[in-house]
Design a protein around this ligand. Sequence first.
Ligand code: HEC
Length: 113
Amino acid sequence: MQILTRVTVTSDRLRGIALPGLWAAMLLVSPVQAADMAAAEQQAQTLCAACHGPQGISSNPLWPNLAGQQEAYLAKSIKDYQSGARNDPSMSPIAQMLSEQDIANLAAYFSAK
Ligand code: HEC
């Protein structure tokens, strides 16, 4: 009985220390722009799938595959269409519609495909 009590006290005390520490750690590691995969899925299917395919694999030889591409490269490419560093009559207007967070989400989404 005494042992049980001691175990309970110890685990309560541990929980008191561990939980706030865990929350703090989670807040610290979650980057400001954590990718929102649900939002990306929604935008990918409504804005991108027509050309790049529902899975990021394009059916048209002039539309690139996005699936499995490097995340940083995808984000940079979309920003290049926004800035005009890259220009394409199909892709540039789409890029203009995307926020910085949208780009981060979509880049993470397609690179994980
Ligand atoms: C109307 C067709 C169309 C739609 C819709 C479209 N794209 Fe594109 N996208 C293209 C074409 C065409 C290119 C290649 C243009 C070029 O040669 O620079 C391209 C290029 C890209 C590239 C560069 C790929 C590479 O390998 O360099 C990325 C990234 C990209 N699109 C992402 C997206 C995302 C994300 C969406 C949805 C928000 C989207 N595109 C919607 C047609 C489209």
